[in-house]
Design a protein around this ligand. Sequence first.
Ligand code: NAD
Length: 362
Amino acid sequence: MSATSSAVEVHPLVFSNPAFKDHEQVVFCHDKESGLKAIIGVHSTVLGPALGGTRMWAYNSEAEAVRDVLRLSRGMTFKASISGLNLGGGKAVIIGDSRTQKTEAMMRAFGRMVDRLGGSYITAEDVGISTKDIEHVVKETKHVTGIPIEMGGSGDPSPVTAYGTYMGIKASAKYKWGSDDLNGRKALVQGVGHVGITLVKHLTEAGVEVLVQDIHQDRINMAVNEYGATVYEGHYADAEVDVYAPCALGATVNDDSLSRFRCSIIAGAANNQLKDENVHGNEVRKRGILYAPDFLINAGGLINVYSEIAKYDRNESLRRTEGIYDTTLEIFAHAETKGISTHNAALNIAQERIDAAKAASK
Ligand code: NAD
């Protein structure tokens, strides 16, 4: 599953799956009455409970769903670590079309499955899942965040994710061009869903000429009518822009797109943007494109829901999310010093914190 889904190779198994990286637990969930088919991936609980959203997507195969949950849950481990949060990494996927197949009964059945894990996995929103759905999940389990504000939670994490991503784009501009003033720059936002639309808002307010792309016309209309964005019809990698901001699904940095990119910066909210992290992080670097690691700059939503676990404070969340700017600059500098990809630089720093916690617990 990806924004280039037809090109993704999939693997049907778990332990021998190339995306399996020492995950602690992978749970397959089924509820006949509601039609729920879900997979929960708990990659690591070293730093704390595994918190990560639930994605609902009409996967082409079960193997695609397995691969997605394995990749996404691992990404959460590194996201929490690099953001300095005491959380592990987990994620869930529900197999189905969120626009036509999602029901209250299904979300409640999913909530019961989450509850059975006793808090080792905490869920929240992701693609295809909104605060409205979380309202149903919360009826079945307390291990859920991103609860609507009216119910005492922190609400939809997406605006904070978008704000953090915007911080990451500004930091990228600063590193690449010596100034974080985005006025007059041009960007393509691919996917104008919950996160993408707010990113469009921040970018247009900063004076950026914004092109947008989405598979749903209603989302495109919103970006055009509310923020004056321009529709982009071509292949995303061919867009003549300064910044490509992937905010749809993953793996858009791949063998095909790499040779086509015209942008100077890749910085967006989508998870797992590099189709193969062992290859494509280095390849973007070789081409002189600055890549802002996805799990670093899209951590705003996680930071926001994390703060809900103790006592929610929106200002504190936003202040902490602004820290993404400095961390991004540090990662870029570290990558340059070490001569490694920005993705690996971020990964190494995140892993160091996990290793230290493991060593301290022995
Ligand atoms: P969303 O479902 O609200 O939006 C995704 C949008 O992408 C939709 O409008 C969809 O139509 C569009 N889309 C799907 N495939 C596309 C394609 N091939 N080309 C163009 N558009 C396409 O999801 P979201 O919550 O905005 O999340 C977007 C991305 O950011 C996801 O990868 C998600 O995992 C990641 N992310 C989200 C959050 C959050 O707080 N919501 C946090 C961290 C990361």
